[in-house]
Design a protein around this ligand. Sequence first.
Ligand code: SF4
Length: 449
Amino acid sequence: MKFHITTFGCQMNVHDSQWLTAALESRGWEESGEDDAQVYILNTCSVREKPEQKVYSELGRVAAHLKRDENVFAAVGGCVAQQVGEGFFDRFPFVRLVFGSDGIAGAPNALERIARGTDDRVALLDFTAGFAEREQPEKLSALVPDTRQAFVNIMQGCDNFCAYCIVPYTRGRQKSRHPDVILDECRRLAENGVREITLLGQNVNSFGLDKGGAGVTFAGLLRSVAAIDGVDRLRFTTSHPKDIAPEVIAAFGELPNLCPSLHLPMQAGSDRVLKAMRRRYDTTRYLSIVDGLRAARPDISLTTDLIVGFPGETEEDFRQTLAMVERVGFESSFSFKYSDRPGVAAVNMEPKVDPLEASDRLLRLQALQNNITRKCLKELMGVNTDALIEGLSRKQDGPASSWKGRDPAGRIVNVPMEQDAGLEGMIVPVTIVEAKKHSLNGERTGEPW
Ligand code: SF4
């Protein structure tokens, strides 16, 4: 069977699609382009209104293609599948499988049964009590790319119920994976050539604090993964400021292969708005974490998520967000206008901010962020570091091939090198020679390893 997966949304969705690809390839299925696909899989995101609308337009777009053959069908997974469920069957008759964030574990078998004609339609939407462990695919190529970077889920779901967020409704309550299973997976990946591991969860800092916990804290898990042979770089995402423990902050100063970068969503810089968002920390707490991280690892790169136009946000609240962004000096940030999500607490919160006002605030915030980003990148000129090569750069305008890599903090570094093939997954020593708007240029200073 030929299949095609389109993925929207976060890193967890990307990893879910990688796992599903590996599981199907281990069954002899073949990943193909959209036109040749007999099974079209859409992995969806509903974090904001726009991504949800994209799902319907995407299914509308492929409808003609799917209707050409009654044996060709579609499957919808991810957060919109969890939210809308069997409603997809009514609206799009060619959709024959819907699976949620826990149901994905059963998706490969369900796809096989539908393809064989054993089942007509399947819905895998129940949340499981514990972490829904998935089969370990035989074929690992989708999970171990040439770049030798891999993601490992450590938990599913979230218990925080931030007032604007739909995730606890679409990914369920927090469930930690057993630490031994996580370590086995990390060792297996390292044995298969992976050298950079990113631990994934909605709120990794509360790992182990739910029924699924086995008495191992997130800091303890980090140390165990960092000790695995072959793990040259260790990362994790996403963190919640209210749960970050002093041991995790200290780990940045003690574990050399823990990369000096942290994505720490702040969301807003006004204590009044943070309270309304139900984030359960204030700006003083946030700044104390930032100062602790910089003391433990002075070269740490901090990035964040920000929402403008949350119900009730005043111009003064917004100015406090700008001031916090300046005070922290985030190297980059993802910023969005607030949008109502079905079922979340903020839907009933008033007054709503005028959409034009929200757009204006977003522009001002992004202008400030661009200035800070440019300044941070400029300060790296002349620094000696290294880059893990991910592939050839998009732009090739020099005599030598330009390669795109990431420095330990995750910044893009483009490096010219004679070789024009086979450098993916290598780490190259470089000196930073130029700062661009959102990336760096480097010069090779040693042999790739
Ligand atoms: S921590 Fe808050 S924003 Fe993050 S996934 Fe959980 S509820 Fe959503």
